[in-house]
Design a protein around this ligand. Sequence first.
Ligand code: GDP
Ligand code: GDP
Length: 439
Amino acid sequence: MSRKPIVAVVGRPNVGKSTIFNMMAGEKIAIVQNTPGVTRDRIYADVDWLNHNFTIIDTGGIEPDSKDIILSQMRYQAETAIETADVIMFVVDVLTGLTDTDYKVADILRKSKKPIVLCVNKVDNFDKLQYDVLEFYNLGLGEPMPLSAVNKIGMGDLLDEIVKHFYERVEADEEEEITKIAIIGKPNVGKSSLINKILGEERHIVSELAGTTRDAIDSRVVFGDKEYIFIDTAGLRRKNKIKEEIEKYSIIRAVAAIEKADIVVLMIDAVEGITEQDAKIAGIAHDRGKGAIIAVNKWDAIEKNDKTMYRFLDTIQVTLAYMTYAPIVFISAQTGLRINKLFETIEMVVQNQTLRIQTGVINDVLYDAMAMNQPPSDKGKRLKIYYMTQVAIKPPTFVLFVNDKELAHFSYIRYIENKLRDAFGFKGTPLKMLIRERK
Ligand code: GDP
Ligand code: GDP
């Protein structure tokens, strides 16, 4: 699997999910600090374990107060995890022992085809508690992995067990070449309408049975001579969509869908205009380096004159100032207006996010930029950028070799980035600029 795997953490309140999350994520938890508008909730983080990178998502964190609510929240957590994750880590508590809720959650998880790692936390004293751990075999989820999150005992074995499952999904590799698209946006913006319009008919709607598993179903679409996969975001085609969805869960789903996607189509409701929640979601796509297109939907439903489009363009550019690279398309999922244009734009973004520029050409741009606007200096020492090279695509990633990292101020790096955009376009994709010191 070349995409980063997603691991979702599920478990009752107080079993230690946050403690485990923080320990696995370490310092990398501050993932959204540079992106304005993004939620500060700790929802996802990057984990590096030996040579493995994965994204961990915490589905917990909403504090329920009564027993009934705990169970329904747990069900929701489990279903969110099944929909979004490649591996599910189910955390239980050795000190409380097996609970009724644990059994019910295990039932839901077992019915999914997702690999599950059963983590028995708070095993601070293994000699004393090892027999209590065995009780959790009763959940029918395989071997319980003992852990003491506070003492960091058992973490290595647990992580080994998690990453073992990443290799089970080799069949997914054949899909690597196909562009994956996530349609993201607030409830009622028109995501299902768009996917249905694209699919051409309603018969793709999958029925949902209460209590059954909810593995996401992605849609393959052929447009022109190209194939695309539309990722099932938030059960796009689920009939009985849960209204008033708790915002945290819709963001978790959005995060997972974005993670799996090459390109994110952020849908904005033309009738409502762009909102805070739109900015949050856009920020996540930006943060994760994904291609981005903004689709203003319901264009059929508003009164327009010759200035309306420009007004929208202005407002969006201001609200999503860090994302001016994203092309904006005005569509109607209902009438089909400019859906062709949307696909053309997707294809353009695919080209741009996989563009590779030769080092010689990049450095011509770099030297011209430095000649036009000298690098900054501090306390008599001037920044030197020796050269620059592209090291990755999706997103295009550049390494700048400099004399002193401290001197490489954000604003100057942004200036170089803009010069790269002037020269090569890169419409629709963020760029990543890495700074390395070379003595
Ligand atoms: P969450 O509600 O599942 O996110 O649980 P938290 O991570 O907030 O932990 C709940 C409580 O359990 C806190 O007081 C933690 O300090 C404690 N806790 C977490 N891990 C361990 C552990 O390994 N051993 C013990 N004894 N306590 C733990
Ligand atoms: P979702 O929650 O984002 O999947 O949104 P839906 O696709 O369920 O659409 C929500 C409502 O907006 C439905 O009543 C749709 O008929 C309506 N809708 C969706 N797209 C359009 C559009 O392009 N124009 C108009 N006028 N209404 C739309």
